[in-house]
Design a protein around this ligand. Structure first.
Ligand code: GLN
Ligand code: ZN
Length: 767
């Protein structure tokens, strides 16, 4: 049997986030298109070189992108919504970016989360009469480039036809077969051209095959792969699944593909069960996604090696193995080498993308040449992890005792919602259709510069605090002048809503360069949660209380919720996640208390990542929602009935968690809707929602300034299913990426929209 090392995809952003900087410079008109293209090529070559130097045999090509890999597929198929006015031929870069970000006139395409990750893709949009055509063959170009520049025999990667179609929008689900039928010849054409070029293997990513789907639908997928095989019989397809276990495993074994890639992290148990029950075809290659592409812990290679030599492998007597990560390495940072400031116990236990490659290659060598030859290196991974397990930070008796003491009572507020509503209304005296923002306000270059200087020790605590206060002052005045009802301090002191809390709580560390792409050029730096979580001292008080001292309007205290902190961190794996969530919730509960005691009357606890963590498999969902909701409630339920608790969610599919949203027992929720054009509102036709809600009316990802009419229109739509007394008017999400001018103009229109609605309502009431 042939055993090879392989990878599924690599981070694109570069060691110093050069990718982000180049893109943003280009958008700001500071980098010509040609220079951008050249810069992107450098980054692409660098990522291939790294994989080549690591000694990897199956290097993916075609996974690199200038924005998002789904968008790349869409433009390759000519799926450009009519509003962007694209004529014929390949889609130019400016149209590509307009689809992603919107332009002066046109709203951007919808963006949503990639399965259960925090990576966002641009949703391919089908319109009436859309006829897909193959405008380019991007994987082929990438293959040629890797070969020509570096002599790499690359493995072109594409999103497979089923997944691409499943994640598209603009057609009813009954039309899925038709759409697939339209796309199949285009995929076939790509494969034929790759075949002519002499490509050996192509990786077709089909993570949608781990989602529950019917037998019938699976047959449809089988038929597509039959056609692809007929069209290009000489090319070997690796049908790559990830993020869970493959559904309809047995049937998939007879797909005419040369290899099947399985996730042995997220789907290990189920996949193993299928393997031992149904075996694996002799003639196919098994892709073993053994190293976790979603987390940053070093693997215990001795243990993994043992696993790979275990009994189950007798059933997998196939033509070959590819040892690979469980999914693309897109979801983890590039290199541990840059983390010079981490304690060494921790540093030795980490593995980012570069290190994962080393682990894969080592594991492969050990399998091929025998473990003895590598025993020292293999043992090193085991002892590094042992050392971490026994380090004093890992277990804090007081924390574990505190979580043991939690009772149901701690997750219930003192008064039911109906009573709270009255008490809060008396305290806050807000108008109908109250206006607010989601928390962050534009982070100017000046804000970033000051923060950087302070972090690097070039600015004193004193002068940094003075600077932040000055920003807060400025923006409290702006918000008052615009006429918003519930103000925010602006979050100028935070780089990121999770990292900030990671810096303040014990049990977390933040990295120097551990960036991961979130959407477009936006990267996040997830903190590492390695030990028991301890509340040290107030985390957000200074800024919020200062802001409140400047105004008679309520200022919202802004906190990130326990589930979002959990889902957007790299979390230890030695404790069950619900238990870690409870630890975080207890810390936040303390912060809520502190805010309240300082006179803050409205507290928002953001949970944009709650939906993202929903398991892909239906049968695991209830359990997740139960502990997630309980953690949120534990964090907020200590609030006095007169304290208005808000939550916020965005960029996810909310329909299937509406019940859980109610269960959170928050008084108000603000929720993103403008990218999905009000689809969410429809959901409220089916579910009776009695709390207050602010459906977002301003798409904050676009430089576009929405006018008053657009915003009133969205609110009118909401008014069809919700009462005026339930509705708030707010943007989709935080404004930190917008310019001051964009934010101010849009918020003026937003306040105007609310005034318009009040006026209309008063007129109706008079009649
Ligand atoms: N309060 C955060 C902000 O406004 C919320 C961000 C988010 O939902 N991702 O930036
Ligand atoms: Zn948001």
């Amino acid at each position: 049997m042939n055993i090879e090392s392989s990878n599924l995809g690599f981070p694109r952003i570069g060691a110093q986030r050069e990718w982000k900087k180049a893109l943003e410079n280009h958008w700001a008109g500071k980098l010509e298109e040609n220079d951008l293209i050249a810069e992107m090529k450098q980054l692409r070559l660098e990522s291939w070189r790294q994989q080549q130097e690591a000694g990897l045999s199956r290097i993916p090509v075609g996974d690199f992108t200038c924005y998002d890999h789904m968008l790349d597929m869409a433009v390759m198929f000519g799926l450009v919504p009519r509003r962007f006015g694209h004529g014929e031929g390949p889609v130019p870069l400016h149209t590509y970016f307009a689809m992603a970000r919107g332009d002066g006139e046109n709203a951007a395409c919808e963006m949503t989360k990639w399965f259960n990750t925090n990576y966002h893709y641009i949703v391919p949009e089908w319109e009436k009469d859309t006829e897909p055509v193959l405008l380019e063959n991007r994987p082929l170009e990438a293959y040629r480039e890797a070969k020509k520049c570096l002599g790499i025999e690359g493995k072109p990667v594409l999103i497979g036809p089923y997944t691409f179609t499943k994640l598209s929008k603009g057609f009813p689900s009954e039309k899925l077969p038709t759409i697939l039928e339209q796309l199949t010849p285009l995929y076939a054409q790509i494969l034929i051209e790759l075949e002519c070029e002499g490509v050996q293997w192509v990786q077709l990513d089909e993570p949608a095959l781990v989602l529950p789907h019917s037998q019938e639908e699976h047959e449809m997928v089988a038929a597509v792969y039959e056609k692809l095989n007929q069209a290009a019989p000489g090319i070997r397809i690796m049908l790559q699944t990830y993020f869970g276990s493959l559904e309809h495993y047995k049937r998939t074994l007879s797909f005419p593909v040369a290899g099947i890639g399985l996730d042995f992290q997220a789907g290990r148990e189920e996949n193993l069960k299928s393997l031992s029950q149904h075996g694996f075809p002799e003639e196919k290659v098994l892709g073993i996604g053994i190293l976790d592409g979603r987390n940053i812990w070093r693997a215990d290679l001795l243990q993994e090696l043992e696993f790979l030599q275990d009994e189950w492998t007798q059933q997998a007597a196939c033509s070959g193995w590819w040892i690979q990560p469980s999914c693309s390495l897109l979801h983890i940072p590039l290199s541990v080498k840059q983390e010079t400031e981490l304690p060494s116990v921790l540093k030795h236990s980490l593995s980012f993308a570069e290190e994962k490659l080393e682990e894969i290659v080592l594991l492969t060598h050990a399998l091929v040449e025998g473990a003895e030859k590598f025993s020292e290196k293999l043992a090193a991974s085991h002892s590094a992890l042992e050392e971490l397990a026994h380090s004093p930070w890992r277990t804090r008796k007081d924390v574990q005792e505190a979580t043991d003491r939690i009772t149901d009572q701690d997750t219930r507020r003192l008064a039911p919602y109906s009573e709270r509503k009255t008490i809060q209304a008396q305290r806050l005296t807000l108008p109908l259709f109250p206006t607010t923002t989601i928390g962050s306000l534009p982070q100017s270059d000046e804000v970033r510069r000051n923060r950087r200087a302070w972090k690097q020790g070039k600015q004193s605590d004193e002068s940094y605090r003075e600077f932040i206060q000055q920003e807060i002052r400025k923006w409290i005045h702006v918000q008052e002048e615009i006429g918003l009802d519930v103000l925010v301090h602006g979050e100028f002191e935070r780089t990121d809503m999770v990292e900030y809390f990671g810096e303040k709580l014990e049990g977390f560390v933040v990295t120097r360069q551990g960036w991961v792409q979130s959407y477009g050029s936006r990267c996040v730096k997830p903190p590492i949660l390695f030990g028991d979580v301890v509340y040290r001292k107030p985390m957000t008080l200074k800024e919020v209380v200062y802001a409140q001292s400047l105004t008679s309007k309520p200022v919202k205290g802004m906190l990130t919720g326990p589930i979002t902190i959990l889902n957007w961190s790299f979390v230890r794996e030695d404790l069950p996640r619900p238990q870690v969530a409870r630890q975080i919730a207890l810390a936040l509960r303390e912060e809520v208390k502190q805010l309240e005691e300082s006179g803050i009357s409205v507290i928002q606890m953001d949970e944009p990542a709650l939906r993202e963590g929903l398991p892909l498999k239906a049968k695991e969902r209830d359990a997740y929602l139960e502990w997630a909701v309980a953690a949120f409630r534990l964090a907020t339920a200590g609030a006095h009935p007169a304290t208005q608790v808000h939550t916020h969610m965005c960029y996810s599919e909310f329909h299937d968690i509406l019940d859980a949203i109610q269960e959170l027992d928050a008084d108000v929720i603000s929720i993103e809707t403008s990218r999905s054009h009000g689809d969410l509102i429809q959901a409220f036709e089916e579910v009776h929602y009695e709390r207050e809600i602010g459906p977002g009316v301003y798409d904050i990802h676009s430089p576009r300034i929405p006018n008053r009419e657009e915003m009133t229109r969205l609110m009118h739509r909401a008014l069809r299913v919700l009462n005026p007394s339930q509705l708030w008017v707010n943007p989709d999400c935080g404004l930190k990426t917008r310019t001051r001018e964009e934010a101010v103009s849009s918020l003026r229109n937003l306040v105007e929209a609310a005034r318009q609605l009040r006026k209309e309502h008063a007129e109706i009431a008079q009649k």
